[in-house]
Design a protein around this ligand. Structure first.
Ligand code: FPP
Length: 243
């Protein structure tokens, strides 16, 4: 393990639509090219030996997009996971999903079943944990966690004073995954857009001025170089600094 490298990179894959518009092609073609970048990025992570990758694929707010784009995006995701499953297993990649995947969510049963299948089939893989955030929003995740803790209090399994940051972390969709060390957002926008709000507390942020379909190994390397120059203090002062 290289201690100068982040152990967990999370990416806001932004700019597919603009990438497509510039080329006069449909937004969906931009997303399809973005799916290709997902595949390449997983390979880069394996080469670098970085064990955790989280990708923001569909937010709780993305339902506001045109129905054609939404169904096209889910069509792409279905094709991707069906086609990639054997490669993921060969590459020893474990896949997890975060977001609201309850039967009452807006996700159709077919995608819910596929996510369950991919999760189960790759559960024993160890080289990389790739987490896909689908129907995910940080505020929604925290709301569901609070509801579940409140429910435990109601039935007497938990007392209010027993709630700690660790208990909250354990009630989130990301339970069991370390928080991201580095969050990358492509396309030049500089905001979190409801991504990993709790988990991002001490993450380093890096904004790449390139659309997601154009994101290459060299851009990942640039983000990693920037990360290695950051001094992560987690609220403390450096040990050599006098009071
Ligand atoms: C943001 O770009 C991107 C998305 C909302 C979707 C991300 C999906 C993929 C990369 C493809 C499929 C994913 C998997 C898991 C295979 P945007 O559409 O907001 O771009 P814009 O800001 O330029 O319009």
């Amino acid at each position: 393990m290289n201690e100068h490298l982040p152990q967990h990179i999370a990416i806001i894959m932004d700019g597919n639509g603009r990438w497509a518009s510039k080329r006069g092609i449909s937004r969906l073609k931009g997303h399809a090219e973005g799916a290709e970048t997902v595949r390449r990025t997983c390979e880069e992570m394996l080469k670098l030996g970085i064990p955790y990758l989280t990708l923001y694929a569909f937010s709780t707010e993305n339902w506001k997009r045109a129905q054609e784009e939404v169904s096209g995006l889910f069509g792409l995701m279905k094709t991707y996971f069906r086609k990639e499953l054997s490669n993921l297993l060969k590459q020893n990649i474990r896949v997890r999903f975060i977001g609201d995947h309850s039967p009452t969510s807006r996700l159709e049963p077919e995608i819910l079943a596929l996510m369950q299948e991919v999760t189960q089939k790759t559960a024993a893989c160890t080289a990389l944990t790739a987490t896909f955030a689908i129907n995910y929003g940080g505020q929604d995740e925290i709301t569901r966690a609070v509801q579940s803790l409140a429910q435990q209090i109601t039935v007497g399994q938990l007392k209010p004073h027993e709630i700690t940051p660790d208990i909250i972390s354990g009630a989130l969709d990301t339970a069991g995954t370390p928080p991201p060390d580095l969050i990358i957002r492509t396309s030049g926008e500089q905001r979190l857009s409801n991504f990993l709000l709790w988990q991002a507390a001490y993450a380093e942020l890096y904004f790449a001025d390139v659309s997601w379909p154009d994101f290459q190994a060299t851009h990942l390397q640039a983000a990693l170089s920037a990360y290695t120059t950051r001094q992560r203090r987690f609220g403390a002062v450096p040990s050599t600094t006098a009071a």
